[in-house]
Design a protein around this ligand. Structure first.
Ligand code: PMV
Length: 327
């Protein structure tokens, strides 16, 4: 019987459809080849211990009965809530020690929380000997994300589980793998960490104030996600670029872009990118530009000069078991 299990899950980048996806429209998301690793070890005690050095957390300890609570430090919230939900459904008589290790910074907006939640869930099911399909993982992880954050479409959870490039409709109503070649993207980090739940709430507030305007924007974003899906399947990347431009203009109308994002986006277009947009909630984090081979070096140069160039491969594998140790 397994005593200790390590699982890993990929980070993600949203290509099209952010914000509108929270309101029922589709989005396209791709997994990046930077992963988050979680090791779960059965400890034979009534204790939950967590060490997450990348999130600044050493030796966090609770008894099983104390799990949950409103005062959880950020670094443990998702993992602890998931564990609580897991135990409600699959009671166990042994506690666990958890250690996380990330290949990417939590600041980039690559979805470290969802990747940690998913990798933890995978390792937890395995070490406790409970069978779980991807769908079971999704339901439990998305539930934990909603417990903690209150809002969110779950696209990042789906991406961490299935990997590849996904067409997604909340709450997991459609999760479809797109089998096309990943688009040639340059990824730039603004240096500014954004707070996703705050931005989601700001957009919801704008929708309350200006329902017609915002519903019209969501409607058009939904259409262009479908157009982008077709263009990507044909390898029509200039067309994908034009759709990114339009998506960015619509996101600006929702007031979720920022001076840093706009600057990186404008500069990459000047250098010959076919299109560029923010990726994720906005307000900072990352932008993406789609660019042909001839202009790639120029576009990368301008990103390096004005922000941080992120070297990632897209369409990475979803959650997987890395190691199982017997007692
Ligand atoms: O900030 P990110 O990369 O987690 O992306 C958020 C995307 C939103 O559509 C704004 C929220 C969501 O949960 O879909």
């Amino acid at each position: 019987m397994a005593h200790s299990v390590t699982a890993s899950a990929p980070g993600k980048l949203l290509l099209f459809g952010e914000h509108a996806v929270v309101h029922g429209k589709p989005c396209i998301v791709t997994a990046v080849d930077q992963r988050l690793f979680v090791t779960v070890t059965l400890n034979g005690e009534n204790m939950f211990r967590l060490t997450a050095p990348d999130m600044g957390l050493e030796a966090y300890v609770k008894t099983i009965d104390e799990l949950g609570g409103a005062d959880l430090p950020n670094a443990v919230r998702f993992i602890e809530m998931l564990y609580k939900r897991f135990l409600e459904r699959y009671p166990q008589n042994r506690g666990i020690d958890v250690v996380t290790k990330s290949e990417f910074s939590a600041s980039f907006g690559f979805g470290s929380s969802s990747a940690a939640t998913v990798a933890f869930a995978k390792a937890l099911f395995e070490v406790c000997g409970v069978q779980a399909s991807n769908q079971d993982l999704f339901e439990l992880c998305y539930r934990a994300v909603l417990d903690v954050q209150g809002v969110g479409s779950g696209f990042d959870v789906a991406c961490a589980i299935w990997g590849g490039t996904l067409y997604y409709v909340t709450p997991g109503k459609v999760i479809e793998k797109l089998l096309d070649e990943a688009p040639p993207l340059v990824v730039g980090y603004t240096g500014v960490k954004a707070d996703t739940p705050t931005l989601i709430r700001q957009v919801a507030e704008l929708k309350r104030k200006e329902p017609e305007l915002v519903s019209g924007i969501f409607e058009r974003i939904g259409e262009l996600v479908d157009e982008a899906r077709i263009a990507m399947s044909r390898g029509a990347f200039e067309k994908v670029g034009a759709l990114m431009q339009e998506n960015q203009r619509l996101l600006s109308k929702l007031h979720v872009s920022s001076a840093e994002l706009d600057m990186l986006i404008d500069e990459t277009i000047k250098m010959g990118a076919w299109g560029a947009k923010l990726s994720g909630a906005g307000g900072g984090d990352c932008m993406i530009a789609i660019v042909g081979k001839e202009k790639k070096a120029l576009v990368e140069g301008v990103v390096r000069n004005n922000g941080e160039l992120m070297r990632v491969n897209l369409g990475a594998e979803g959650v997987r078991i890395e190691k199982i140790s017997e007692q």
